[in-house]
Design a protein around this ligand. Structure first.
Ligand code: 5GP
Ligand code: MN
Length: 330
């Protein structure tokens, strides 16, 4: 059980907070940040949101009043030693904040982590982790409800709804419990419009993203007796359409929509290395598979980043390792 009273005490006893989340943030990352920001503001606290990555365009609508900042070392260096508390949301390893990792580690201020991933690194003073939660946004909801630290209003409910909607794959992944639906029911009572949230996040894509999806679908290959599907996107593909990394969110899931496929992989060539996303069905632990390459995540959704330029060499290596995870289900 997460010790929310301890978290409440940290929030009430301190005045200024730096909130951050992981590289290439999704709606759980940004939504959790914005919800926590509003919670702190309602208590009259100083709060800053700073991320390694800029906010993906489909999540910019969260950034009313420009409350979300992209990390700039010259501007933000001192803040790590000036605020009272550093708040890590929706990640559990310091390398997930890339350019901010060093300053985060070196800060002597109180550090806390609120998260739902497995296998945490010990990089903070206090962790509030619930690996059964479907989203970090769910943990923030439960913190507010169980402590009554602030009233739950529309400003907080909206980003929490978005966090849960996206991290549950629109209420279909296996951590979409009846409790989650009860939370959603409460959020809807506060005036959330589900059609509007979905439309903003998923149905306002740039044409370039849909064209890139076409490339990704075209690239799918099947392996391991059709149990494994994988896609490859190169920098050439991104340049062809003017697409960006965050456009690839959810592409990997298309592998799993093919009959018999129980594991999907997406390889993405980046400017400075490459990224691999893993997805699985059932109890195939792709978090363990990702961890073999320095990454992590959840049982059914994980990823790893490589800061080397040998993607083509690594594809067969990673596929071979992935196949070993399929052996016991054959
Ligand atoms: P995605 O493939 O959508 O980027 O990430 C899927 C899940 O894996 C997310 O929960 C994300 O936090 C986690 N994940 C993705 N990349 C990495 C990584 O490089 N390191 C770790 N530890 N987790 C990752
Ligand atoms: Mn999450």
């Amino acid at each position: 059980m997460t010790d929310f009273n301890k978290l409440k005490k940290i929030v009430l006893d301190n005045n200024s907070f730096l909130i951050t989340s992981h590289v290439n943030p999704d709606a759980d990352a940004i939504g959790s940040e914005v919800a926590f920001y509003h919670l702190l503001k309602k208590l009259g606290k100083q709060a800053f949101i700073i991320n390694h990555s800029s906010t993906p365009y489909n999540l910019e609508f969260f950034n009313k009043g420009n409350i979300i900042n992209k990390f700039d070392e010259t501007v933000h260096k001192n803040i790590f030693s000036e605020v009272d508390v550093l708040v890590a949301l929706d990640f559990n390893r310091a390398n997930r904040i890339v350019s901010m990792e060093k300053l985060f580690r070196e800060s002597n201020k109180t550090k806390i982590c609120i998260d739902h991933h497995q296998d945490p690194e010990k990089f903070v003073d206090e962790s509030f982790i619930d690996t059964n939660a479907c989203a970090t946004g769910q943990i923030i909801y439960e913190f507010i409800k169980s402590t009554n630290i602030v009233p739950l209003d529309y400003d907080i409910a909206y980003p929490i709804y978005a966090a849960i909607m996206t991290d549950t794959g629109s209420f279909r992944f296996n951590r979409t419990t009846s409790e989650v639906h009860i939370i959603i029911s409460e959020l809807l009572k506060l005036g959330i419009n589900p059609e509007e949230v979905y439309d903003k996040i998923y149905d306002q894509s740039k044409f370039s993203k849909i064209k890139l999806l076409g490339k990704a679908l075209e690239s799918i290959q099947l392996k391991a007796e059709n149990k494994l599907g994988y896609m490859v996107l190169t920098q050439k593909d991104f340049k062809e359409f003017g697409a960006v990394e965050s456009d690839t969110e959810n592409f990997v899931n298309y592998n799993l929509s093919i009959e018999n496929v129980v594991m999907g992989i997406l390889f993405i060539e980046l400017n400075n290395g490459f990224k691999v996303s893993f997805r699985s069905k059932g109890n195939i632990p792709v978090n363990k598979l990702a961890a073999e390459f320095g990454g992590g995540g959840h049982t059914n959704a994980s990823g790893a980043r490589f800061f080397t330029n040998n993607l083509q060499e690594m594809i067969p290596v990673i596929l071979a390792k992935a196949e070993t995870y399929l052996n016991n289900i054959r």
